[in-house]
Design a protein around this ligand. Structure first.
Ligand code: AHG
Ligand code: MN
Ligand code: MN
Length: 316
């Protein structure tokens, strides 16, 4: 049995970087414990505030953000925390050499119906400043609070999957996750069809036509509404996740956030052999101009992502 600390020792000689992963893993274990008991503790519903993106914060969004901050605060190696739930970047330690960007609770609309939610994080070098391309990440991870609590991590090597034990420790389940190159499963919110661009319409129409269309094979569709849950399924058995630019989100640049949703997920999926794109460029090559910047997100099995890219090239 390989435990988290052993795995980290194999991935890096840098104990300071490893300590940031451990702090986030501890935060994830604490959030898992809170979520399990939340309906009993009355930690449900709205917090009564909106975040900088104008979204209503749930009580558990705020609690999860506090848990992450509490675990990072004592760590002298963390310079700055960027969070979906914090309007501004927060200084953690003036001497720290790492920036952490986090979506403390992803998929929070699924909380009150007991469907999988998650925590996403990205680790960047502090000397690169607040706005860095995803390709500069030193590592990333997510925790998926499902039937089991899973954690997926990557430094610069392979993407690994852990499970939380009843003792609060993390055990390695899969050392090298591998997203199958081909898949017949796609994830997109089809209720947004009337806003889609021609590339998205073209790709999905082909999928719906299945073996009777140009794709020549049958497709199935899954949409959890928690990016973490959708990406975890794709990481384990393949598929593609799309939250493309559409006519409603175009003015904001997309729906999902670059620094703490798209970049860490792209880092993890690419580490498992999958691909990531905005449709027109690799997600990890996008230069951010704002810490809460949004971006179109297309991630998953290489063949499927390549098909979407081909549709974007055709659209011009
Ligand atoms: P968050 O709860 O952090 O705001 O993120 C929700 C995101 C993502 O998890 C999910 O894929 C997407 O929003 C769902 O969007 P729709 O409501 O359009 O389905
Ligand atoms: Mn999110
Ligand atoms: Mn969130």
């Amino acid at each position: 049995m390989t435990l988290l600390a052993d795995w980290l020792r194999n991935q890096t000689d840098d104990e300071t970087l490893a300590s940031v992963f451990i702090a986030m893993a501890d935060a994830g274990a604490e959030i898992a414990a809170v979520l399990r008991q939340a309906p009993i503790a009355g930690q449900t519903g709205l917090a009564g505030a909106t975040n900088v993106q104008g979204e209503a914060q749930k009580a558990l969004d705020v609690i999860s953000n506090d848990i992450v901050l509490n675990h990072l605060r004592p760590n002298p190696h963390v310079s700055i925390l960027i969070s979906e739930e914090l309007d501004e970047a927060v200084e953690v330690s003036s001497q720290g050499q790492f920036i952490v960007a986090t979506d403390p609770l992803d998929g929070s609309s699924n909380l009150d119906v007991n469907v999988t939610v998650g925590t996403i994080f990205s680790i960047l070098p502090a000397d690169g400043g607040l706005l860095q391309k995803g390709s500069a990440q030193l590592g990333a991870g997510y925790v998926a609070y499902g039937p089991a609590t899973s954690m997926v991590l990557r430094l610069v090597g392979q993407t690994a999957v852990f499970t939380l034990g009843s003792d609060g420790g993390w055990t390695l389940i899969l050392g090298a996750a591998s997203v199958p190159e081909a898949s017949g499963e796609y994830a997109i919110n089809t209720a947004r069809e009337r806003f889609w661009d021609s590339a998205t319409k073209g790709y999905v129409t082909e999928n719906v036509a299945g073996e009777t269309g140009a794709a020549g094979k049958r497709y199935n569709m899954r949409w959890v509404g928690s990016m973490v849950a959708d990406i975890h399924r794709i990481l384990m058995r393949g598929g593609i996740f799309l939250y493309p630019l559409d006519s409603e989100t175009v003015s904001k640049g997309g729906r999902l956030r670059l620094l703490y949703e798209a970049n860490p997920m792209a880092w993890l999926v690419e580490g498992a052999g999958g691909k990531s794109t905005t449709g027109r460029e690799r997600i990890l090559d996008v230069m951010p101009v704002d810490i809460h910047q949004r971006v179109p997100v297309i991630l998953g099995s290489a063949e499927e992502v390549a098909r979407v890219e081909a549709w974007y090239r055709k659209a011009g």
